[in-house]
Design a protein around this ligand. Sequence first.
Ligand code: VGL
Ligand code: ZN
Length: 206
Amino acid sequence: MNPVIRPTDALIIVDVQNDFCEGGVFDLKGGNAIVAPINALARSFQTVVLTQDFHPAGHSSFASSHPGSEALSTIDMPYGPQVLWPDHCVQGTHGAAFHPELDLDAAHLIIRKGCRPELDSYSAFVENDRSTKTGLDGYLRSRGVSRCFICGIATDFCVAWSAIDSVSHGFDTVLLRKLAVEIDLEGSLAEQITAMRSAGVEIIED
Ligand code: VGL
Ligand code: ZN
């Protein structure tokens, strides 16, 4: 991967938090390994955005909030289908904190999402009701950004939804596949790679 980075490019680093990495609730293999190369890459960008999954305790996306429902099952919420997750990224906990080696000083903005008790958010742009905006599109536009590079966790959830929304908000969009780690729940990785391609996300594999 060796794209020429322009002043009008942004790097969006999705959910590089303890609960997604090794030893956290999701314990995704490869989480720790993407941190150093993401830090190195961030230094080339004039706009760097971190997202942080940031749920209140008892969040409606947690299986524990729906007695009788199992983790990783899907339920119907007023805004549509919602996967039920194990409790994760609870505000104020170690799991919600950024990976200790992630270079926070390289970031210009931190977007917290999934903060409303009754609404989850995968995308950095729009929450899962598909209408509540985080404000990221306006921030990027007002800085003159025209292209977003996206990396982080998880490729098939928050990264994919962010990438697809980046395209729909009018940004050229590049997924840095090597700097992203997936959950892969029942074929979700293949499904979301296809969805990103058909939305017009450019996928850089190496
Ligand atoms: C995510 C599941 C639940 C993600 C966040 O960051 O991809 N996945 N919350
Ligand atoms: Zn979450």
